[in-house]
Design a protein around this ligand. Structure first.
Ligand code: HEC
Ligand code: HEC
Ligand code: HEC
Length: 458
């Protein structure tokens, strides 16, 4: 009797396992908004077609469940896939942004990664959707589009597009600036008069001798007030797509207004600063030569930003990208290979290996449950947008000069680069790093330590 039941169950199960996918072959999934996008360019059109046909269903919140979504177990699996897929990448935010902009570098790198590894659509889903497996043509369509998008929108001025590798590119040698304004900005950056009691300058927390940071867990401002988030480096910051961990400043000039007024940092304001600087005739004369309109928040922050644009630190890594194979040691090259295989480069991409998107800290494992004690600073981008999607998303930090900018993470909880790499493998990649792998990645990261004005940073 038992045997018969078992056989019946197996037969039923087998029928289901075949009937489901067969039905899926004839009943199409509902269209998404992507299908309505009108594009003339054939490369983009071909890529969109693949994304619409085989991907979008789990990467948007807009789509309804397909026909079998009413069935109990199927419903849970589907919802889980859609919830997880969406958390990783929301195609609607990418293709229908609030402000017109090209597809971002991180989305391109992530799709490149899943395509090259054939990891999407997920294997379990393919058991049910035989016609959704990626073909060689589909792969080629996505990769050609990624290549085109990068060359059209993301290569920086003065950079040879052929030196771009998987979206990573060398640092430009310089950014256009006005040298007179740079000199003024340099003075302001180091001037303690920007703080309430003349004790703190920008350089206090962004020491160029300490990788552009203070190497503290949290910075100390006026009266030793302690901040709530780790201070990032100012080196190369001009290339970030936004400033601050939560991106609340659109550019460097916008950013420079923040610390001056922050009670835990400089605890001052431009009016007070102007009063102090008014007593310094020499400085005023110099300033007026560059900015005839005189002292104001706009001119101060403009000068500081001009100076920051010169804080560039080319590294051995840049020579490597430009074709000098000997710029990296064999161990560093091995580390770079892990960096690609583990998908680190998907978030740490572009010229800075970071600084071009907001990402969930703890994408694949709950970082905050393990760490405990969640505070407002952890909410990241959410604090700025109040959009639930953004909760715990932080601007991915640059990895340039990473060996010098300890302690690590926005909460400054990690002292060594080894530990930081292990945490990344655990929380962002969802794997466990082997000791040799970690050591090699750290060696690779050392190749990102650059020189400032010809002098190696240390
Ligand atoms: C059945 C639902 C489903 C479909 C269909 C699907 N995905 Fe995913 N996608 C997921 C899930 C779940 C994750 C997160 C887990 C993972 O990475 O395995 C994910 C993750 C991703 C990521 C982020 C990877 C990363 O490293 O963070 C990208 C990019 C992606 N998918 C692209 C695609 C592309 C391109 C397609 C079509 C070829 C596709 N997906 C089809 C569910 C889906
Ligand atoms: C008391 C320490 C302190 C002082 C003084 C200070 N900063 Fe910062 N700086 C920080 C911290 C902490 C952050 C990160 C804050 C955040 O993201 O919310 C930061 C962020 C930045 C960033 C953004 C970098 C990034 O990766 O997003 C720049 C650029 C910067 N500061 C420049 C300046 C300038 C210019 C001044 C002087 C006008 C200055 N800072 C004064 C501590 C300080
Ligand atoms: C899904 C995106 C993502 C992936 C994949 C990723 N990272 Fe990160 N990385 C981040 C974010 C976001 C932070 C900031 C986390 C924080 O401060 O809490 C970060 C921080 C770091 C830091 C510390 C930076 C600092 O200034 O404190 C290092 C080092 C790092 N990542 C290396 C790696 C390595 C190595 C890999 C691959 C094993 C990797 N990351 C994979 C998003 C990612």
């Amino acid at each position: 009797m038992k045997k018969k039941l078992l056989i019946a169950a197996i037969i039923l199960g087998a029928c289901g396992a075949v009937a489901f996918p067969l039905l899926n072959l004839v009943i199409p999934l509902p269209d998404s908004r992507l299908a309505s996008l009108q594009v003339d360019d054939p490369v983009t059109a071909a890529a969109l077609q693949v994304l619409e046909a085989k991907c979008v269903h789990c990467h948007t919140s807009e789509i309804q469940l397909p026909w079998y979504g009413v069935l109990p177990v199927a419903k849970q699996i589907l919802e889980y896939d859609m919830y997880t897929g969406l958390k990783h990448s929301d195609f609607m935010r990418v293709f229908f942004p609030e402000e017109e902009q090209p597809v971002d570098q991180v989305t391109l790198a992530k799709i490149e990664y899943t395509t090259e590894n054939r990891s999407m659509p997920p294997a379990a889903y393919l058991l049910m959707h035989w016609n959704h497996r990626m073909s060689a043509d589909d792969d080629a369509a996505l990769l050609a589009w990624i290549e085109q998008e990068r060359k059209e929108h993301h290569v920086l001025p003065g950079i040879n597009p052929d030196t771009m590798f998987k979206g990573m590119q060398p640092l430009p040698e310089s950014v256009e600036t006005d040298p007179v304004k740079v000199t003024l900005g340099q003075k302001l950056f180091h001037d303690v008069r920007l703080s309430k009691n003349d004790t703190v300058s920008c350089a206090t927390c962004h020491d160029l001798g300490k990788g552009g940071t203070d190497q503290l867990k949290f910075s100390k401002g006026v009266g030793n007030a302690v901040g709530t988030i780790n201070s990032p480096t100012v080196f190369n910051s001009v290339f970030q797509f936004a400033q601050f961990w939560d991106g609340r400043a659109v550019d460097l000039a916008d950013q420079a207004d923040g610390p001056v007024n922050d009670p835990a940092e400089m605890a001052s304001n431009w009016k007070q600063i102007i009063e102090k600087l008014d007593e310094d005739d020499a400085f005023q004369e110099e300033f007026l030569a560059a900015y005839p309109e005189g002292y104001s928040k706009e001119t101060f922050t403009n000068a500081i930003a001009e100076y920051e644009k010169t804080l560039l630190t080319p590294a051995p890594w840049d020579d490597f990208l430009k074709g000098d194979e000997s710029a990296l040691s064999d161990v560093q090259k091995a580390g770079f290979q892990h960096f690609q295989d583990l998908g680190c480069y998907t978030c740490h991409t572009g010229v800075l290996l970071g600084g071009c998107s907001y990402e969930l800290m703890g994408l694949r494992r709950d970082y905050y449950r393990d760490r405990g004690n969640v505070v407002e600073a952890d909410y990241g981008r959410f604090n700025e947008t109040k959009d639930e999607y953004d909760r715990f998303r932080l601007k991915t930090p640059t990895l340039r000069n990473i060996a010098l900018t300890f302690p690590y993470f926005h909460d400054g909880t990690v002292e060594t680069l080894e530990e930081a790499v292990d945490s990344m493998v655990k929380y962002q990649v969802g794997k466990k790093a082997q000791a040799s792998q970690t050591a090699e990645i750290v060696e690779f990261l050392n190749s990102l330590t650059g020189s400032f004005q010809g002098v190696p940073l240390q």
